[in-house]
Ligand binder design. Structure first.
Ligand SMILES: [Zn+2]
Length: 260
């Protein structure tokens, strides 16, 4: 797709090219769109795609959330960049053939839209999102388990990985002794240690949630045999949302998962 750009005013801006996922697409004016991309080279790239919705544009409808593109844009600081050219690398259409898969795929984008990335991390977060979406394409059940695993990898990359193998304090690994998650200690804490150490910022977990969290490490083998009730799903989503909010010191939302 090529956009008409007034080159006279754009001389001072650099032209950049990269691969990027469209995280969010918002209609703007009568014919344009604003696209929040996440790219391998620049992290978040927010652009205006002038005329992309125009009936005259032969690329009308090309922009779809979570599709992967090669983009060329005029990079601007502190304001929207200008999309110049775009070509599709991989369509996201197959991610939207089931409600759960769509919700879970969007949740990945939703997380990225709320994070701040450091320059050194752009490529690894880009690869993580790519791996996540391609894993969703391979399965046909329990997509949310893959989202949770993706979420744990995101927290690891951000430097506060959650550990679920044993109580972070006394190291007991008996699931029935686990109370829940300590946000300040980044992992499971047992009932005894809660009392003994007077730990705060804990999230009490049901036994079912504890068992699912314990199984996330080797989820590939068990993905089809796990049954997740609606209440467990809500509980684990709440745990992760609260955990991320606690560490990032801001309210994180996961609205796409609310329909599940
Ligand atoms: Zn303990």
């Amino acid at each position: 797709m090529t956009f008409v750009v007034n080159t006279k005013t754009k001389m001072s801006h650099t032209i950049e090219k990269c691969n990027a996922f469209a995280l969010r697409i918002t209609n703007y004016s009568n014919t344009s769109q604003i696209v929040n991309f996440f790219s391998d080279k620049f992290g978040n790239v927010d652009v205006i795609a002038k005329g992309s919705r125009s009936s005259k544009s032969k690329y009308q409808g090309l922009l779809q959330p979570l599709s992967n593109y090669e983009i060329v844009f005029y990079k601007k600081e502190n304001t929207l960049s200008l999309l110049k050219e775009i070509s599709l690398n991989e369509s996201s259409l197959d991610l939207f053939d089931s409600l759960e898969k769509s919700a879970v795929a969007y949740a990945g984008a939703e997380i990225y839209l709320q994070l701040m990335f450091e320059e050194n991390d752009f490529e690894k977060f880009y690869n993580l999102l790519q791996q996540y979406l391609s894993y969703l394409r391979k399965i046909d059940k329990n997509y949310v388990l893959i989202f949770w695993r993706f979420f744990l990898r995101v927290t690891t990359y951000l430097g506060f990985s959650l550990k679920f193998d044993k109580c972070i304090s006394c190291k007991t690994d008996k699931p029935e002794k686990i109370y829940g998650i300590s946000f300040s200690q980044n992992g499971f804490v047992c009932k005894d240690c809660i009392k003994k150490n007077n730990l705060t910022n804990n999230f009490k977990c049901s036994q079912t949630s504890i068992n699912i969290l314990l199984s996330l490490k080797n989820i590939s083998e068990k993905i089809n045999s796990i049954e997740i009730s609606k209440s467990t799903l809500k509980e684990i989503n709440a745990i992760f949302k609260t955990y991320l909010s606690y560490h990032l010191h801001k309210k994180i939302h996961l609205r796409s998962l609310e329909i599940l």
